[in-house]
Design a protein. Structure first.
Lengths: 133, 293
């Protein structure tokens, strides 16, 4: 299979850069897979897991918390709001965060705060489901 | 003529000062390394963001969202002045403030309304004297050790909210671009309406721009991307500022240490000279006393 250039950047870090064979990304309207010579697409991402398959059969999974994906002739670029390699995530901490988020929703005084908290909860649950266990 | 004791005191106090400046220089050097790598890590994101935005904007014909095209007015300007929370870093704060001041004076000459949002206490202190009435808010990042994207996002959202409420028409960001340890360039960057780098060079290389497919739609993407871009620009400015501040402090403290060393050298020479002179004088007195007998 042919390889193409893929980059994953978050505001704080340059997480991935290199040639890969396929990338599965969580688009706003559903998951999609990008292979070489994909038609140019620009889309927003929702929280979910980006699966990167390298040329040597190595698969890397990263969790992204929303962002943008840009596929063009020179390759595929994801601008993530936040991205963490799945291996570095501690399930216990996510569980604690989910608990916190639930409490935030219960404590929220304004609609705005409640909305923000439930957004956060949804993202965390997405993350929890992604790591399993 | 100061006495020997005075000189000794003076030397020891300069030595103590030198120790402090030396320590501050070392701390700044360590912090600089961290700040610099953070600034460099943020650069690719901002660059990609710019190119994606340029791609999108080239497809937008006539108008577009207010964040991109402006709201048609040019009467009220918001100046976001990002400075440090601490002093003792040479001309770092003053040079940003000076640039902002020039800008304010020019805008006021043209009869425009100026609003100022200060990020960082030092800029606020300097601007307060002259433009107390124009300052709408001071955001302090004192407790923040390492500037995260969330800090910038908060500021970005605040700016956008203000823009949507019609608080201003044009926003300009003032910060110091980090070039090297000895060179920091105070910069003014307009963020609303967004300034899109011209895409001509890119398209000249790649030929006609590819026909993009947008999901969900071009307008939706643009309307999420633009607010995000503001936060990213603020984030980048804050990181550049943090690196510049440490760089400026490092060179300022290096100078101070060197000056203190010079002063110690001079004072020590003076001290030794006057000690010698005193001994010689005493000897002369003893000898001439013995001869007189």
């Amino acid at each position: 299979m042919a390889a193409f250039h893929f980059e994953l950047v978050s505001p704080e870090k340059h997480l991935f850069s290199g040639d890969v064979e396929s990338v599965v990304a969580p688009g706003a309207d559903g998951q999609f897979t990008v292979l070489k010579d994909h038609a140019p697409v620009m889309t927003t991402l929702k929280a979910g897991v980006v699966t990167v398959a390298g040329g040597d059969g190595k698969v890397e999974k990263l969790f992204v918390r929303g962002g943008f994906a840009d596929v063009n002739a020179s390759g595929f670029t994801i601008l993530a709001e936040q991205a963490i390699p799945l291996a570095e995530i501690d399930p216990a901490k996510v569980d604690a965060d989910i608990q916190d988020a639930r409490e935030d929703i219960a404590d929220a005084k304004s609609d705005e705060a409640r909305l923000a908290a439930s957004d956060k909860l949804a993202q965390l649950q997405e993350l929890r489901a992604a790591i399993g266990g | 003529m100061p006495s020997l004791k005075d000189l000794r005191n003076r030397i020891s106090s300069v030595k103590a000062t030198q120790k402090i400046t030396k320590a501050m220089q070392m701390v700044a050097a360590a912090k600089l390394r961290r700040a610099q790598s953070a600034a460099e890590a943020a650069r690719p994101y901002a660059e990609r963001m710019e190119s994606v935005l340029a791609n999108l904007a080239s497809g937008v014909t006539a108008g577009g969202p207010a964040l991109l095209a402006g709201n048609g007015n040019d009467d009220t300007h918001l100046l976001i002045v990002a400075t440090a929370e601490r002093g003792l870093c040479g001309a770092f704060n003053s040079s940003i403030v000076r640039l902002a001041r020039e800008h304010i004076a020019r805008l006021q000459d043209q009869g425009k309304t100026v609003k100022i949002l200060c990020v960082g206490k030092k800029g606020y202190e300097q601007l307060r004297r002259q433009y107390e009435r124009n300052i709408i808010e001071l955001i302090e990042l004192r407790g923040v050790k390492q500037i995260g994207f969330d800090n910038a996002d908060e500021i970005g959202k605040k700016i956008i909210r203000m823009f949507e409420e019609g608080g201003f028409d044009v926003a300009t960001l003032f910060f110091s671009r980090f070039k090297s340890v000895i060179a920091q360039i105070p910069t003014a960057q307009q963020i609303i309406p967004a300034q899109i780098p011209s895409n001509e060079n890119a398209s000249a290389v790649e030929g006609p721009q590819p026909c993009y497919e947008y999901e969900p739609g071009q307008d939706e993407i643009l309307s999420t991307l633009l607010p995000r871009n503001i936060s990213v620009q603020v984030f980048r400015a804050l990181l550049e500022n943090a690196a510049s501040e440490q760089g400026a402090r490092m060179s300022a403290m290096d100078n101070a240490t060197r000056n203190a060393g010079e002063m110690i050298r001079k004072q020590t020479t003076l001290y030794n000279r006057s000690r010698q002179a005193m001994i010689t004088k005493e000897l002369i007195e003893i000898i001439s006393g013995a001869e007189a007998l």
